[in-house]
Structure formats: structure tokens, C-alpha cells
Design a protein around this ligand. Structure first.
Ligand SMILES: Nc1ncnc2c1ncn2[C@@H]1O[C@H](COP(=O)(O)OP(=O)(O)OP(=O)(O)O)[C@@H](O)[C@H]1O
Ligand SMILES: [Mg+2]
Length: 355
């Protein structure tokens, strides 16, 4: 098969930022986590190498302003999309939208699902409509918001449309109103978007990888998270500090266990919740869903990632590859399986490759 891998490299995102900044003449100091979602050269090379090792003809393309033309010229059988983009709720939908416009088959969710899930409030509204448990929240656009007076603290404050723990710092957990207003003020200025304040769930956390479609959707071994290894006084969340500063390959933290050591009853409850979540949000081919227990040990959906991170090195603790590894899939086997799922969905399997 001829595959194109579309990605957003960290350098590519920086160039995109500079292009915009030049156009609008607004170069500002960037937060340290600004390019956290970009793919490293190592991830890109490993993904390309994995597909070559499976016998595919493979080309990598930066998801930049030329990607449409480049995709047309490459004329792949399938686009394997991992591009995160940089601006707005629709940034993960950029490549899928172009693929739909060009009539190219691509892996993963469609533009609507990618955009809805990136906006945490929109995703939670849909989950609530369908009766799926998710912590209560408000969308906040001003530090003056009156609802902060009677919020049931503790809460956690997050930018509305980010991932990779961007904007989720230790001080995002707030125990009272004054701290909430300070944290919200900082976040509104730094990330230039609304924030959500969400009920803080005190129970255990899990992240759950899912792949396949319809009745074939399958939950990979559940990953349990344990925050006892974080520095003393830390808040027990997978914050930016925990993910990128404290848990480093030279000094890895023992945060994850896979499969999670939980009762059969809880495992089934989490699996049902996650599969229903994927169904109502129409997550396609693959995804990763974060779940946390409330004070009564009932699972709630924290957020849905239809474009899961796939850092290749096990010590990077990227969770989709970790769950796939536990299920017996090497990195290359995992990627190949996602492509097979996408091919089956698009009908490419039946016609032997070429669309
Ligand atoms: N309501 C909550 N109660 C308790 N902890 C929470 C809550 N919401 C988020 N957290 C903590 O903050 C972390 C990051 O939050 P979230 O998963 O929403 O952000 P993200 O940046 O989109 O994550 P990802 O890196 O998975 O894309 C969670 O893994 C969890 O530890
Ligand atoms: Mg998360």
C-alpha cells in the first residue's frame, strides 16, 4: 500500500506560529508548553520506519499550508494522520477535512469528532446529554464570573481546548475561590481561550485505549495511574510538571500499571463507559479516553482523545502504545493494526489496496 503519514512536527508548528506572527505583527513570549503537542523527529522517523518494515511504500508530509497539494501529488491509498495542528478547536480536523475534500481515505475520526473532542466543554455537553458521567463544570471567560463564589471546591482549571497537559499545572487544582480567580486569570492570559473549572474527582485515574469500529470496537488493557511517586505535596494529577518535568526517561516515575489492578466489576464498568463514550462521540478507528473515579468510586469521563499520542520509546510512557504493548502488539504491529482497521472501515481491504 502507498501510505502518507501526515504529522505536525515541533519545527513545523514553530514555522506556522512565525508565519502568523509575521502576518499579524504580534510576536509574544510563548508559554514553555506551547509546542508540547508537536511530533518530535524521533516519533516521525519511527512511524515511517514502522510502516516501511510492514512493506508499505511510505511518505511523510508536514501538515503545513502545502499539505493539500502535496497529498494530491503523492496520491496515497491511505493517509495515516497524526497531525495535531496549532490554532483553534478545529486544528486536528485540518488534514481530515482536506482528505475528505480530495476524496482520500484517512485513518481516525472525522473532522467533526476531532473538533468536538478537542473542546472539552462541547464533548462533556454531549456526554451529559447521553447520561454518561463526567464531572460538573462551568465554562469561564472572565475572572469576575459570579459562579466562582458557589462552585463546589476543590476544582481543577483547564484551558478549554488543549491536550498533552498543556495549561494543566499543579496550581490548576484550586481549593477555594480566591485561588481559582488567580489561576483562571493566568490561564486566560496565557492560552488566549476560555477555560473550564471542573469538579475535582478524588479517586483513582485510568486511561483507556480503544480501537476498532462498531461491534468490533475493542478496549485494550486498561492503564491504571498511581500518583504516590510524585514529589511530596503534589496534587495527584497528571499535570504538565508530572508528564514533562518529573517523569523523565533518566528518572522515570512509577505512575502506570497495565493492566490496571482492579476488580472485574470495575473493569467491566469502565469498559462499558468508554465504549458508550466512543459510540456517542463517534470516535473512529482508535482513541484514548481518560477516566477517574469520584468519591463513591464511580467512573467518570475526564476527556476523550481521538488522536492519541504515540511516542515510540516505552520509557516515554505514551499510553496508547503502552496498552497495545500489553496486548502483545509491537509499535509497528500497533500502527499496522490501526491502518487495517481504517482500511476495513473504508472498504480498502476488500479491493486489495488501491481505492
Ligand atoms: N476533574 C478532574 N478531577 C481530578 N483530576 C483531573 C480532573 N480533570 C483533569 N484532571 C487531571 O489532570 C490531568 C490532565 O487533564 P486532561 O486529561 O483533561 O488534560 P489533557 O491535557 O487534555 O490530557 P492529555 O495529555 O491526555 O491530552 C488528568 O490526567 C488528571 O490527572
Ligand atoms: Mg488527558
Amino acid at each position: 500500500m502507498k501510505l502518507v503519514v501526515t504529522y505536525s512536527s515541533k519545527d513545523g508548528l514553530r514555522r506556522e506560529y512565525e508565519r502568523r506572527a509575521c502576518r499579524y505583527g504580534s510576536v509574544v513570549e510563548l508559554p514553555a508548553d506551547y509546542f508540547a503537542e508537536g511530533d518530535s523527529p524521533e516519533t516521525i522517523q519511527t512511524v515511517l520506519g514502522a510502516f516501511s518494515s510492514k512493506g508499505h511504500e511510505v511518505i511523510g508530509l508536514e501538515a503545513d499550508e502545502r499539505v493539500g497539494q502535496n497529498l494530491l501529488e503523492a496520491a496515497p491509498d491511505m493517509v495515516f494522520n497524526i497531525a495535531e495542528g496549532l490554532y483553534g478547536d478545529s486544528r486536528e480536523s485540518y488534514v481530515p477535512t482536506i482528505c475528505e475534500h480530495l476524496g482520500l481515505a484517512y485513518s481516525g475520526s472525522d473532522p467533526l469528532t476531532l473538533a468536538l473532542c478537542l473542546n472539552k466543554a462541547r464533548a462533556k455537553e454531549i456526554l451529559s446529554f447521553h447520561g454518561i458521567a463526567t464531572p460538573r463544570f462551568y465554562v469561564i471567560t472572565s475572572v469576575e464570573d459570579d459562579r466562582l463564589c458557589d462552585f463546589p471546591y476543590p476544582g481543577i482549571i483547564k484551558p478549554i481546548s488543549e491536550g498533552s497537559s498543556k495549561g494543566i499545572f499543579e496550581d490548576s487544582v484550586v481549593k477555594q475561590e480566591a485561588a481559582a480567580r488567580v489561576s483562571i486569570g493566568k490561564m486566560l492570559t496565557t492560552y488566549d481561550q476560555a477555560v473550564i473549572i471542573e469538579e475535582f474527582l478524588p479517586g483513582q485515574e485510568f486511561t483507556v485505549a480503544v480501537w476498532g469500529n462498531g461491534p468490533e470496537a475493542e478496549v485494550l488493557p486498561i492503564i491504571g495511574m498511581n500518583f504516590d511517586d510524585l514529589p511530596p505535596g503534589a496534587n495527584g494529577i497528571y499535570s504538565y510538571e508530572a508528564k514533562w518535568l518529573w517523569d523523565v526517561p533518566e528518572k522515570p516515575l512509577q505512575i502506570f500499571s497495565c493492566p490496571a489492578d482492579i476488580s472485574e466489576a470495575l473493569r467491566q464498568k469502565i469498559e462499558m463507559l468508554v465504549l458508550r463514550t466512543c459510540a456517542v462521540l463517534q470516535v473512529r478507528d482508535w482513541g484514548r479516553i481518560d477516566v477517574r473515579l469520584d468519591h463513591a468510586s464511580q467512573p467518570h469521563i475526564l476527556e476523550v482523545n481521538p488522536l492519541p499520542g504515540i511516542l515510540p520509546k516505552p520509557e516515554d510512557n505514551s499510553c496508547f502504545p503502552k496498552a497495545a504493548r500489553t496486548a502483545g502488539y509491537s509499535y509497528a504491529d500497533m500502527l499496522e493494526h490501526v491502518v487495517q482497521i481504517a482500511m476495513k472501515r473504508t472498504g480498502l481491504l476488500e479491493c486489495g489496496g488501491r481505492a
